[in-house]
Structures are given as C-alpha cells and as structure tokens.
Design a protein around this ligand. Structure first.
Ligand code: ADP
Length: 633
C-alpha cells in the first residue's frame, strides 16, 4: 500500500502548484475530509504564523522559512546590504545601487545628491520605490530633487541609467533561487529563469514613461505596445534564460565571469540574513532575484521577491515555471517523510483517507476513520451541542496531536542515525558549555530521540533529524514580520511552495540532466537515511560531512561550492570565510593569465583538498564543473 502525498494551498492558489502536484499523483487537502495535520506540504504566498512553525509535524513542510524579510523587504534589504558593506567592504558589496530609506535617511540622501550634482552634473538619476509595494506600483524616476514627492516610507536608489539593451529595450533577469536550508546554508539556483522586457524603447529623455523604464509585466501589460501574441521584443515578451544564453554567446564577453558574479550576488545577499534565520528543517524557500545587467555587463541586484509570480502569461512562463516547480518538488524529496506520516497515523489507529492501492488509478479505500467520524458527528449535531462538541473536539484534537507526536517520536527512534549531541547543539545555535543547559536539552532530546541518541557518532543530518524539529527551537527566534516583496503576480493571489526536510544523508548526487529534460525524475533520494560515508572518488560526503547533491533537475547547487564553504557552514556560519572563498573563486575566473590560474588552482587543491568536491558553475548551458572553469581553454 502506498500513501499519496497531500498538499495544502492557502487561498486556492497558485494554480500551477496544484497542476504540477496533481500531475505527480499528489492529492489536495480537503478540510472536510482530512484531519488538520494530514498534509505533507502547505504552500502559501504570504508568511506563516509563528504557531504554524511551532506546530509542524515531522512529515509536514512549509514553503517559507521564517524571518526572511531581511532581504525581501526593500528597506530591510537596503539596510542589511549597507551593514554588510560596512563590515566587509564596499568593493565586495557593490552589486546593489546605493539606496536611502526615506524619510529617515533624507539628510544623507541630500548630501549624496548634492555631492554627485557637483561632481557629475545633472546626469545622475534616481528611482523612488515605496517599501511595501511590489509589481512596480508607486515607482517613479527623477533627476531633480524637486520631483521627489512621497507620502509613505520609500527607498530612493541610484537609477542604473546605462542598462544593457536588446533591440533598444531594457530588460531584467528573474533568477529563481531555492534555499533548501539555512542551517547549514544550502542554496540552489535554477538553470531556467526569465528575461523580462520593457515594452517601449529605452530613452532617458522620457523618465516618466514607465513602459520604457520598468520591466514588470504587471506594468507593461497596460502599455500601448503590449500584445497577447508576443512574437518580438517590445511586445511584452519574455525570454527564457536559455534564449538569453544564445544572445550572450553573440557578445564578446567573459560569460563565465558574468554568471559567477550573479552567483556571488545571490550568495552575498543570502549571507546577510543566513545567520539570523531560525533553523526550520521542514521549510524551503523559493526566492525570485531580480538582476539588471548594465552595458558593461555588470550585474546589479534590484530586489529579492518573497513570492515570485507563478502565473502563466506566455510560453516562456510555461516552459520555465512548470519545470521550476517540478524540480522544486524533487529537491524536497518526500519519500522518507511520506512514510513517517503514514506510520504515525497507523499508530493511532487512523486509517487515513490518503491511502491507496498501488494501482495508478489511486482509488481511495473508503474506511471511516476516527477523523471522518468526528467530522461527521460535528456536521450532524445542533448548534448548542455543536459548541460543546467543538470544545470536546478541541481537547480531543490536542490530545490526539500530542499522542501522535509521541507515537511518532517513539516510532521514529528506530530510524534515526546516531546523533552527536555536541554537534547538534552547535548546529542549532544552542549553548553547549553549561551543564545545566546540556542536561536540560538532553532530556528534551531524549524525549524526542530516545536513549540511543546519546551515542557519539559523528554525522548529524541536521535536516532529517527531528531533534531539530521546530518545536525544539527557541521561541524568541520565531518572532517576525514578513511584509515582503510579493512578486509581480498578475492576477491570482501569489503563492509559493514549500518546505522540506532535507534527507540529505540519503541523497546521492544526480547525474547531470540536459536542459530539455522535463520528465518526472525517478526517486532521486532513494536509499537508507543513514549518513553516507565517503565513497572513494564519490561526492556525497567528505570528512564525515554531507555534501548536498550538486544538481537536482535544473537546480544547481551554488552553496556550499567547495570544501572550505562546506566546513564554514556546518555549524555556526563563518561568513568571513565564505566571503574569502567567493572572492578567491571570482578572482580565478576573472584572471586571463592561464599560468597564474593553474598555479592558484594547485595551491587551492593542496590547501583545501577540493579535488574531492564537485560543484557546478550555475549559469552557462550545460554547466561545467567549477574546477574545469579554471583549466586553460
Ligand atoms: P517592484 O517590487 O515594485 O517590482 P523593483 O525594485 O523590482 O520593484 O523595480 C521595478 C522595476 O524597476 C525593475 O524591474 C526594473 O526594471 C526597474 N528598476 C528598479 N530599480 C532600478 C534601478 N536601481 N535602476 C534601474 N532600473 C530599476
């Protein structure tokens, strides 16, 4: 008997997620039919409540990590990037146009404005954006400060006035980034993305013409040149990233360096919040990074979207977004968690409605479960008895939840890899050096893990391990406000997708897959959940540390990208070390001196033993291994 996986969509959307999951044999959650906890994936466009993180059961995943507003709100992003600039140098964090948060930074803005006027003359442009709006709403561009009028909190940013143009039109890139885990930081970027064009030719003498200066679909679809049949640039068309790659080939540039710079932007941006995001192993996040490329091929970060639009507006959308969601589901790997949910329900005598025969027809077995019975009784009773029943049911539900958790925990013990508590504490950011704390935490952990959890084996799969489940996290860490950049979703409520428990210890690297390959992947993470020991010449683990797969579908792992960054992210994230490694890598890609590159590569290998660590360079078609990028051509 195989159980179907169950997804839950908030506010009925997005349709694309429903479509992809149904195609893959999932079932949609139905409140009237299922118990409250009876789902594997909860997807919503807006933020989850703290309680939803705290009450997560091991088989449940959410499509948002807590506390990511630090990069998805325009003002928070500006503030965080400024902080990083101050700490690590403006040369490194120079990928975001200088920004001021008004009204607070008005004096500073004025000083900068006057300084640039004096040194550069009037040809400096600014863009003003309301901090809590998205999809181009409320944005305007100005040259003269007298045109700056605002009545809400805004950011004023240097306008990149020399964008790279294609056929005279401005465009930006939508890059899809999946943070599979913040602890340890594990990042994937999708090979496909979108290129979004303005619908009127770029012209600095008409700053008010938003159809020439903004690339949001939601703005341009109201432009006079927007067409539903978008054959050409200028009609509101979007390109896939593959098409953009063709365009890049026709340009005489160091393409690898451009891609690596975009990689850097993603990593450096995530580093601004990674240490402060609470550990929530059952979550993933799909961010939409908006990148503008200027006419010197320098990429700029415009913003990070919390809920990238999943509406299908044209063929490019269909090609890109469907594959994206499908790959995201693969990246989450539900094989293990599915069986956990099934088992926990069985323990409780539930015969849940999601059980099916193995047969592809997926016929439900119509067994009246405790759950259904309760709901049935509820519907039948009168209003007075309904209130009473409701209270009873609430108690019942609470008891059920608790006993299910305990049943699950008891059952789960037998499936856990041995745990090194010190690593566990360190990984979860808990204090490890006071006896009291340790004893207390050990008790809690033992409740969850069982007695054998104290054995001192080295590898902890921090994401699979329920000891780091959300209910053990520091409550304080989950307080958050997630008013963020929802994307340019045109019509439906924006929604996103989902959480995960990294079954990383059982993950094997995938063979590379061509861009055109769109079939459903086989079960890519099959195998035991035991930590995989380093196979000779293998890529799954090194020095006892797990290496996430380098590629899942068209998702390319971009972090960690070598052994130094793997080590620097295993416990407390060592931001400085990560930044050094990035710096070094970019330097190697940038240098044109082959001899120097080879020498540096030798040194790097000797120091880091990195020849064992395969990583791909996200961006180019058929992404090469990073190591190969350093080889002379
Ligand atoms: P929103 O969340 O409202 O979409 P963005 O920051 O993404 O806000 O800006 C909308 C559009 O405006 C971008 O897609 C881009 O075309 C343009 N834009 C934004 N900031 C800049 C900038 N600093 N320089 C040039 N163009 C910009």
């Amino acid at each position: 008997m195989a159980a179907s996986l169950v997804f839950r969509l908030h506010d009925r959307g997005p349709e694309l997620v429903r479509e992809v999951l149904l195609e893959r044999g999932w079932e949609e959650y139905d409140e009237g039919e299922r118990e409250e906890e009876d789902w594997n994936l909860y997807w919503r466009g807006s933020a989850f409540r703290n309680s939803e993180y705290h009450n997560l059961l091991p088989w449940q995943r959410l499509n948002h990590h807590p506390k990511t507003a630090g990069i998805t709100r325009k003002d928070c992003l500006a503030r965080n990037l400024r902080r990083m600039k101050a700490t690590f140098g403006s040369a490194l964090y120079d990928f975001s146009p200088t920004a001021f948060i008004l009204p607070n930074d008005y004096t500073r803005f004025l000083a900068e404005y006057n300084k640039l006027r004096l040194t550069r003359g009037p040809s400096v442009y600014w863009i003003c954006k309301p901090v809590d709006l998205s999809r181009g709403r409320g944005i305007f561009i100005f040259e003269d400060i007298k045109d700056l009028v605002y009545d809400c909190s805004v950011i004023v940013q240097r306008y990149i006035s020399n964008p790279l143009l294609i056929s005279g039109y401005k465009f930006d890139l939508r890059i899809y980034v999946c943070v599979k885990s913040f602890h340890p930081l594990t990042v994937y970027i999708h090979q496909e993305g979108l290129v979004r064009f303005a619908t009127e030719k770029y012209n600095l003498s008409s700053l008010h013409n938003l159809y020439a200066h903004l690339t949001n679909t939601s703005i341009n679809k109201f432009g006079p040149f927007y067409k539903t049949e978008k054959e050409r640039v200028g009609q509101g068309c979007k390109w896939t990233m593959s098409k953009f790659r063709h365009f890049l080939h026709s340009q005489d540039i160091n393409e690898l360096l451009l891609w690596q710079r975009i990689n850097n932007i993603v990593t450096l941006t995530l580093l601004t919040i990674a240490p402060s995001v609470p550990s929530c192993p059952n979550c993933v996040e799909l961010f939409g990074f908006d990148i503008l490329i200027d006419n010197k091929f320098k990429p700029w970060l415009l913003e990070v979207n919390y809920s990238p639009a999943l509406t299908l507006d044209c063929q490019a959308d269909i090609t890109v977004k469907k594959g994206l969601i499908s790959d995201l589901i693969d990246l989450m790997n539900y094989t293990l968690t599915d069986s956990l949910r099934e088992r926990a329900y069985q323990r409780q005598g539930y015969r849940q409605s999601c059980f099916h025969t193995n047969h592809p027809s997926h016929v439900s077995i119509p067994v009246p479960s405790k759950v259904k019975e309760t709901k049935f009784r509820k519907r039948r009773s009168g209003s007075q008895s309904q209130t009473l029943l409701k209270t009873q049911n609430n108690h019942e539900k609470m008891n059920q939840r608790q006993s299910r958790q305990h049943a699950f925990v008891a059952d789960y013990r037998g499936h856990l890899p041995p745990v090194d508590l010190n690593k566990l504490y360190a990984a979860s950011g808990r204090i490890i050096n006071t006896t009291a704390t340790k004893t207390h935490t050990e008790k809690t952990l033992n409740l969850i893990l069982g007695p054998h959890s104290r054995t001192n084996e080295s590898v902890v799969n921090s994401q699979t391990c329920p000891a780091r489940a959300p209910w053990l996290m520091d409550n304080r860490s989950l307080r958050m406000s997630e008013v963020t950049n929802h994307d340019d979703t045109e019509t439906e409520a924006e929604t996103e997708l989902s959480g995960k428990t990294d079954v990383s210890s059982s993950i094997h690297d995938l063979p590379q897959r061509g861009l055109g390959f769109r079939n459903k992947l086989p079960n890519i993470y099959s195998g035991s959940q035991r930590p995989v020991r380093i196979p000779l010449g293998g890529t799954t683990a090194m020095n006892g540390q797990h290496i996430p797969p380098l590629r899942v579908g068209d998702f390319i792992r971009t972090f960690p990208f070598n052994s130094a960054t793997l080590r620097a992210s295993q416990h407390k994230l060592e931001v400085k070390i990560v930044i050094q490694a990035l710096h070094k890598l970019t330097g190697q890609l940038a240098t044109s001196d082959d001899k120097l590159r080879r020498e540096e590569e030798e040194v790097r290998k000797n120091i880091d033993g990195e020849e064992d660590f395969d990583s791909l360079l996200w961006g180019p078609k058929d992404p090469p291994l990073l190591n190969q990028c350093f080889k002379p051509t």
